[in-house]
Structure formats: C-alpha cells, structure tokens
Design a protein around this ligand. Structure first.
Ligand code: F6R
Ligand code: MG
Ligand code: MG
Length: 366
C-alpha cells in the first residue's frame, strides 16, 4: 500500500488584521482533524505561518481523496465558526464556495500531495509561504534540483546527477490544467524561460530521472481566478522528499538564502523578498514581508516524528536581516516602478475604477 502525504492550507481568519490565527482557532482545527480522521488518518500535524493554517496528514487513500479533502474542508469550516465567534478578521476567507464537492480543487484551500512507497528512511519537508504566490517556489526549486552552484549532489551523486523531470503548469489557463514536462539538465534553458515568469508558470511537481519517484508537489491555486476578484494572496504550500536519489535537505534549503523578490506583501500588490522564517511567525511590516517556513519530518509506517523547524537556526538569523534590508530598499520607493506589481497583477480592483475615471479625463492636445 502506498503512503500518501497531504498538506492542505487555508486562511480562515486571524488576529489584529491578517497577522496570525488564534490559539482557539488552531485548537478547533486540530480537534476536528483528530476526531473526524479517526480510522483513516495515520498521523497529523497542524501549524501556522502568518495567517495560514497548514494541515499535514499521512494516510493510504491516495491523492485527491474525497474523504481526506472533506475532512480538511470541515475542519476549516469548524475553525471559521471559532473565528467568527472571536471576531477574527476575514473569517472563512479562503473557503470560497458554500458546499464541498468531491475534492478541494477550485474551492480555495491550497493542496499539495504525494503518494509513494515509503523508503526505509523517509525524510521530507513541508514548506508554507504567506503573503506571496505559488510561483515563489520556482527559483528555489530550479536552484535545488537543476543548478550545481547550489546543489552539489548534481555533481557528487550519480543518482541525483541523472537529473529531474519538472512538470510546470500554466496557471493563467483557468478552465483546464495546462502542463508541460521538461527534463534537466537537457532542457534547463527552456525551463528557465518558463520559470522566470512566476505569475504564470508554476512548478507543480518534480520527479527523479533515476527511478521515476516523485520528490516535489506544490500547490498551484490562484484564488483570484476562482473568485473572479481579490480574496487574498495564494500563499502556497509545498512537499519535498529529500536525500538519496533526491537533493539533500540542506541543498533544498540553500536557495532560500537568496531571499529573492516575489509578488505579494501588502494587499498582494507589491514586490518583496521571500524571508525564511520560523514556523508560527506572524505577519508584520507592511503586511509582510513575504515569508516561508519549513518543517522537516521523518515518517515510518505513516507515523510522523516530531518536526524540526528548518529555518530555526542561527544561520538564518543573518539571512532574515538581509531580507529585511532588501525589503527596506524596495519600500523606500513606495509605489514607484518595481516596488509595486504591474497593473495586470494588482490584486485590488479599486485601481481599475480610478484608472477608468482618469481615462475619461485624458485628452489629445492639438
Ligand atoms: C495580503 C493581505 C493583506 C490585506 C490587507 C488589507 O495578502 O492579506 O495585506 O490585503 O491587510 O486587507 P483588507 O482588504 O481585508 O482590509
Ligand atoms: Mg488573511
Ligand atoms: Mg495568508
């Protein structure tokens, strides 16, 4: 029987604006998973990053299991009731539809899942980002799985050096999943040509060319495409299996030292550095900065160890300072140029109304 790792995340309300969920809300979600998952969930872990709650589950029901997705949907609905009762901000924000219908696709919560035969030693990472979008993982994944400047295993390990198959999704194509498979190292430049555009092309999964095993699954939801308007940024989650035929944990973490500039930050409409943070970090400066956390687990027979917080290490303190400096550099220039997203990516519709009014006031000088 294959083991399935599922991570499902949603923002169903937070304290003091879009900062962090309350303890009561987290507890309610935890209890709902505990009680509702009896008999089919092997193990679970629930944590938050910024205003998003991530539910990590192990089970044997495969990806897109109706039972597993419904469990999470109902847990988030229970959580929403607590959020409402406590007056939390944006209660139920990411539950975009009224009714559950088979699986969570198109309903709002972000989903990443992998089903596989458990290795004797099975280390994996759960990444959760807030105040940014799914394409935020493009560059770190490219560097960890295709660039020997960051990932020494590509040179040093024959199995890792066989390369990887990247499945990339065109998230602008909303009525069906439009995907392409590219293999590295042969098609690295084609891959780069797609992955430079974080708003449109998003890594959905990565598999080893040594044994065909899947290493990575990312959520690709774009909330505005579901709701037709701004309802919050897409705050992606990602699962990465590491070691042996895959890059080592440290190689997967290494590219996050870049703190590359991503879309998100205040009102999902700005550019900011992706800051690697400890799990449970809340949102602050300018509703950001965009952040990513990482929990490292081992799993055996579907039972999880306690996690290690991968960015809770003195090394990353220096990197966080760098991210703060990069954020400051951009914030100094306010709305100007590269600090804000292009018109097509602005998440609030208000600017369109403003532009429409101004449009009518333009005149051609003769
Ligand atoms: C960005 C985000 C926040 C909000 C901002 C305004 O993803 O969640 O920056 O956009 O706090 O929120 P509203 O419009 O809910 O008052
Ligand atoms: Mg929110
Ligand atoms: Mg969020």
């Amino acid at each position: 029987m294959k083991l399935t790792l599922t991570v499902i995340k949603a923002d169903v309300g937070s304290i003091g604006g879009h900062l962090a969920p309350s303890v009561k809300l987290l507890e309610r979600v935890r209890r709902a998973i505990e009680e509702g998952g009896k008999g089919f969930i092997r193990d679970r872990y629930i944590a938050h990053t910024g205003d998003d709650i991530a539910i990590v589950l192990t089970h044997e029901l495969g990806v897109e299991s109706e039972r597993v997705h419904r469990l999470c949907w109902e847990a988030f609905q229970e959580g929403t009731k607590v959020a409402q009762a406590q007056g939390l901000y944006a209660a139920g924000q990411d539950l975009l539809k009224d009714a559950f219908s088979g699986n969570l696709r198109g309903l709002g919560p972000a989903v990443a899942e992998i089903a596989f035969d458990e290795r004797p030693n099975e280390p994996f990472l759960v990444f959760a980002a807030d105040k940014t979008e799914p394409g935020a993982y493009n560059l770190p994944l490219y560097l960890a799985f295709a660039d020997p400047m960051y990932s020494s295993g590509l040179m040093l390990s024959p199995a890792v050096g066989k390369g990887f198959t990247f499945t990339v999704m065109d998230v602008e194509h909303t009525h069906a999943s439009r995907v392409i498979d590219l293999v590295t190292p042969e098609e690295m430049y084609d891959l780069a040509a797609l992955l430079r555009d974080n708003a449109r092309f998003v890594v959905e999964k990565i598999s080893s060319r040594a044994d065909g095993e899947q290493a990575v699954a990312c959520s690709t939801t774009r909330l505005s495409h579901i709701a037709g308007k701004y309802v919050g940024k897409d705050d992606p989650v990602m699962l990465v299996r590491t070691q042996k035929n895959f890059p080592a944990t440290g190689e997967v973490l290494a590219p996050f030292k870049v703190c590359h500039l991503v879309a998100g930050f205040m009102r999902g409409s700005h550019t900011g550095p992706l800051m690697p943070v400890k799990v449970g970090t809340s949102v602050s400066f300018f509703d950001g900065p965009p952040m990513v956390s990482c929990l490292a687990f081992s799993v055996h027979d579907g039972i999880l160890t306690e996690p290690v917080d991968a960015f809770d290490h003195p090394y990353w303190d220096a990197i966080r300072e760098k991210a703060a400096r990069k954020a400051d550099d951009l914030r100094e220039q306010g709305f100007s140029g590269a600090a804000m997203l292009p018109y097509s990516e602005l998440e609030y519709g208000g600017i369109k109304e403003r532009m429409d009014v101004l449009e009518g006031r333009f005149h051609i000088r003769h």
